[in-house]
Design a binder for this molecule. Structure first.
Ligand code: ADP
Ligand code: MG
Length: 699
């Protein structure tokens, strides 16, 4: 069961549901041969239902003019009219001239132009006197109206009916299937399934939101049936909302059902030895903040229950998540289970390993390290002890997820910097135990709307308070021209006082983007302004051992300045570092800048972050950097980042898989999401008290 419960909720993705055992294969469509079917299949359209969820990119307003109407009377961008070919100019063979056809519609003449002629016989069809229907965007700026690459259809001589307006859906092109055929197939598919479509969302919600059935929504989207043309836009908007709502609801319902299932089986280990946490906390050189204490007690409650805890702990950089996690790990160890702590880099994993060993001291709790830089013998030794029943905390990188690492008794999984991992990695690790507890941590504050969509199966906890005695980091935006003064100040003041500095570059070597590269940049500094300082270099292409060695020297104070790429972004903790310089700062997103800034300001000395903006930065990039200079509230930055970059970018390529919606846009549809979540949990649990989901609310 572990595997199925932990499977990513892809089953919950949006899809139309039909009653009965209707034949839904594409082969059913009249006039749709195996070739067209194959073309559609290669585009992922494999059934009638897929066809119906192939949504128009846009609509063209089409006007039918009767004979005698003036094309010029109303100059719509897109028109359809009937007319007669009056003259044709065919290009010379092999020339690059366009094909030009003049069509007249009761005295009004329009030129049709083709730069690329669809086939050799195409041009021959244009015979003087032939009647045709033309659709396209007219350029009225010349003496004759002109349409480049119009759509045309031969028609009989009969006059068109009265003037009418219609909206015609324009679908994304499917290679090898003509637009008209596709359109006809969609209309046909709709006719075949419309009576069997099932509304999976509760009728009360639909009524509340004033949304119609899924059938009506599809009819409106595909512009099927007789409709009032003036109602087109509102009808489309309602239909879209209906479908987005269904998509969001379906996913949230999967989350709710997973939770219900975990509740029903109740097989998680009950880790209730809370005393050890209290005693370790007493021995810390500092007092926990009240936020840390409250979060700890809430999460310790979760660990003690037989229903697996699944929690996302968000806390700004430096809010002290690590200690919370390690105290919880101690409770789990004392309760006799194995704990895995997954970190995105070896540097960070090592650092946690050292912190854990220091924290647990000589209390006899086993802590092991498992990372890519271990020899295979060392690795085997760790795997062997994990395969025995022995309670231990293993801290490592994604090596922990690999299939040759098995746990005899994995009861608690902690994922640090969880946004660096994909959902699959999280689920792979969880699947190594029987319904283990999960604590995922992130310093990238995720706006609530997004968290619910992507991590709807997780409860949210937030550490807002920062440990006392920390002054906020001061941020300065500077141009390239300030670099001499900046680096002189670092050499003469910062380093002279015995403090340390990070200098971050967006790329290791020169790349097409023209940002300042690390290797050349650090060399220039070491031989120039920073001559006399001990300068180290750190980047992702170095070997694991080398990276660790450099990091260690910096942490011990054997280096004054660390020039690095964003490998220092995650979690690295050196409290004597008081300056963070970011070169070509326009290369970074707000959340990433915030992570970088969080690497300083960890001690009791005033820290500074200096953004060096490249000369080529766009106005919007400068705006973004100015906004960053003005606030250090991670949530505020994240909200803005989300709006500017969109959810996919925001979450990073890996995680975006989880946030991929076909129809919903998490910025625009945030409210609808909250509503869908509420409705789904209510439907599954009957009442929300029973769901244990505090965060669900009906807006
Ligand atoms: P993050 O939440 O970014 O992972 P860390 O857990 O790395 O932050 O904590 C940052 C630093 O703050 C560490 O050096 C840690 O020891 C220290 N710290 C954590 N909690 C407190 C506290 N309550 N008081 C003082 N220092 C603390
Ligand atoms: Mg951390």
């Amino acid at each position: 069961m572990g595997a199925s419960k932990n499977a990513p909720p892809s089953g919950g993705r949006f899809g139309l549901v039909v009653r009965g055992d209707l034949d839904l294969t594409l082969g059913q469509l009249a006039g749709f041969g195996p070739k067209s079917v194959a073309k559609l299949e290669s585009r992922g359209v494999t059934s009638l239902l897929d066809l119906l969820t192939l949504f128009p990119n846009r609509y063209e307003r089409t006007l039918f003019y009767p004979r005698g109407a003036h094309l010029e009377a109303e100059r719509p961008e897109h028109i359809v009219f009937r007319g007669v070919v009056t003259s044709v100019r065919k290009p010379q063979r092999g020339s690059r001239q366009p094909l030009e056809v003049i069509v007249s519609c009761d005295g009004e003449r329009v030129v049709l132009v083709w730069f690329h002629i669809p086939g050799s016989r195409f041009a021959d069809g244009f015979q003087r006197g032939r009647a045709l229907e033309v659709a396209g965007a007219v350029d009225w700026s010349r003496s004759l109206g002109r349409i480049v690459h119009p759509r045309t259809r031969w028609v009989g001589e009969e006059p068109a009916g009265p003037t009418s307006v219609r909206w015609e859906p324009i679908y994304p092109a499917v290679e090898g299937v003509a637009a008209k055929r596709l359109r006809a197939a969609i209309v046909e598919a709709f006719g075949l399934v419309e009576d069997a479509l099932v509304d999976v969302v509760p009728p009360t919600s639909l009524a509340d939101l004033q949304l119609g059935t899924i059938r009506d929504a599809l009819a409106a989207l595909h512009a099927i049936g007789e409709r009032d043309a003036s109602d087109h836009e509102p009808a489309c908007a309602r239909a879209r909302t209906r479908i987005v709502y269904e998509e969001l609801y379906t996913l949230q319902r999967t989350f709710a059902s997973q939770r219900m299932l975990s509740r029903a089986t109740a097989r998680a280990p009950q880790c209730a030895r809370r005393a050890v946490g209290r005693s370790l906390a007493r021995d810390l050189p500092f007092a926990l903040t009240s936020d840390q204490r409250n979060t700890l007690s809430m999460l310790a409650d979760g660990l003690s229950r037989p229903v697996a805890m699944r929690c996302l702990l968000q806390g700004d950089v430096g809010s002290g998540k690590t200690i919370v996690a390690l105290l919880l790990a101690a409770i789990a160890l004392e309760s006799g289970v194995q704990v895995a702590l997954l970190a995105p880099t070896e540097v960070l994993a090592r650092q946690h390993f050292d912190t854990a060993r220091k924290l647990y001291g000589d209390r006899g709790m086993a802590v092991r390290y498992l990372g890519g830089s271990l020899s295979s013998a060392e690795r085997r030794s760790v795997s062997d002890s994990l395969a025995s029943d022995e309670p231990m905390l293993v801290i490592g990188t994604h090596a922990l997820c690999s299939t040759d690492v098995t746990f005899a008794n994995l009861g608690f999984v902690i994922i640090d910097e969880q946004h660096k991992f994909g959902v699959d990695q999280r689920e792979d690790l969880l699947a190594k135990g029987v319904d283990p507890h999960l604590l995922a941590m992130t310093a990238t504050p995720i706006p609530r709307s997004l968290a619910h969509a992507v991590f709807g199966d997780l409860d949210l906890a937030v550490l807002r308070e920062r440990p006392p005695g920390r002054e906020p980091v001061r941020t300065y935006l500077r141009d390239r021209g300030s670099r001499p003064a900046l680096y002189e100040w670092i050499a003469d003041t910062v380093v002279a006082k015995g403090q340390q500095a990070f200098i971050v570059f967006p790329a290791i070597e020169d790349d097409a983007r023209g940002f300042r590269p690390l290797l050349a940049g650090s060399e220039e500094l070491a031989n120039g302004w920073l001559r006399g300082c001990r300068v180290g270099v750190l980047h992702g292409q170095m070997g694991g051992e080398d990276k660790l060695a450099v990091m260690k020297r910096f942490a011990e104070g054997a280096l004054d300045v660390l020039c690095a790429t964003t490998v220092v972004e995650v979690g690295v903790d050196v409290s004597n570092a008081t300056v963070m310089v970011i070169e070509s700062a326009e290369a970074f997103g707000l959340s990433q800048l915030h992570q970088l800034r969080g690497r300083v300001g960890r001690g009791h000395v005033l820290s500074r972050c200096v953004l060096v903006c490249g000369d080529g930065a766009s106005a919007s990039a400068r705006d973004r950097l100015q906004f960053f200079e003005s606030t250090d509230d991670g949530f505020e930055l994240a909200e803005r980042d989300l709006v500017v970059r969109g959810p996919g970018e925001f979450l990073g390529a890996r995680q975006s898989g989880a946030a991929e919606f076909r129809f919903a846009d998490l910025v625009r549809d945030a409210e609808l999401l909250a509503r869908a979540r509420f409705d789904a949990y209510l439907e599954v649990f009957g009442d929300l008290g029973a769901s244990g989901v505090g965060a669900v609310s009906k807006r």
